[in-house]
Ligand binder design. Sequence first.
Ligand code: COI
Length: 426
Amino acid sequence: MSRLSCASTLARKQPYTFIKCSRRNESTALHFYQNKQLELYASKEPKPMTLRQLVFFGRSMDEDRLVKSANYVRTELPVRIAHRLRDLQKLPYIVVTQEGVAKVYELYWSAFEKFRKYPPITNLQENEAFCEFLVKLLDEHATVIPNLSLGMSLSSPNLAPDELDTFMRRMLVSRISRRVLAQHHIALSQVFAGKHKPWDSSEPNVGIITTGLNVKASIEKCARLLRYQSLDAEGNADTPVEVIVEGDIGMRFSYIREHLEYIVFELLKNSIRATRLKQVGSEAPLTPIRATIAAGDNAVGIRISDQGGGLRNQVQHPSDLFSFSHIRNSTRMEHSRLGSLRTASSYRKGVWATVDEQLENWKRSPDPEKEAGVGKHSSMGIGLPMSNIFATYFGGSLELVSLDGYGTDAYVRLPKLGTNLEAVNF
Ligand code: COI
């Protein structure tokens, strides 16, 4: 039997052989026989949201609305997970049993079962228990991205680049969407219960959405954090690289701050590294990086420009840096990268620290790499693909333009009106 055959086809045609040859992960194989419920949920259409809907719904909370929100999350998440489980089942067998992918499959299957069996929420007390259930699941799933990236990197020779990238895009966008819905509901519940006051934050917010997000402040925060990073191989981290923020510096809009800051942090990190590398051994001051904010009618634009030499021969086309395929991006199967992914796959906390958490960690310890896993993060090679996914989640974009030998411009465009649906492909 070809190990490249589709697992779900196998399950239908040759159940016995399939179980026998699935020693590497028997329980993964067994789930293919419990597909009835999965089919039922995967046949349902998910109900994507806009940012504006999330804000409007969360703005005035009462018990009834909170219970409605809880039940939306309870019923919506298993539908979204079911679609992704089906995607996993459609992968070649050799891929779904790959280290990392099998782990994600197990996590999703278990979460699907838990959600499916969770009874309806009818009051605040039950909602509190539901929030605890969500927090636990969010934590259990903290290592999904490194596990998936590891598994798919190892599987890259078995999948065509388009197939691999489409699969990863669906998995990652869907994951962001599920975490957004879960975290938004938890945040709304906490505010309602008086455990977390919205005015604790210097910026107004509804749930996890900051309704007056100060773009300049976020860029400066990322630049400040990066100033404290020790940049291992490149050395001279003592010489700061200046980040000049210009353009529409008063710009504020409604967005998920962690998403904006993840993107800006990654882009600035790459620009700083390139700038340092270009000027190794030079006495001249390091050329500054310019972050320009543009307030368009429908979108907020951010351009990050460096003079770090451009993307040179890293990839054939800059967008290949977003690819998970080793054919488009040869670094995908590098030994050191796979090693970092393996380490991160078994981390419990810290790998996915937000910029705020990283700053907090830095304040507590002068070594943010150890505390927040940012150093590990930087060598996993998932910063750019993830930034691309974050940018496009609500219909924005990320584009890299290289002026080879001179520098790189990264263009981020994020929708300003909040009227786009989540870009989840079902
Ligand atoms: C994920 O993080 O992958 C999730 O699906 C989270 C969800 C189970 C709350």
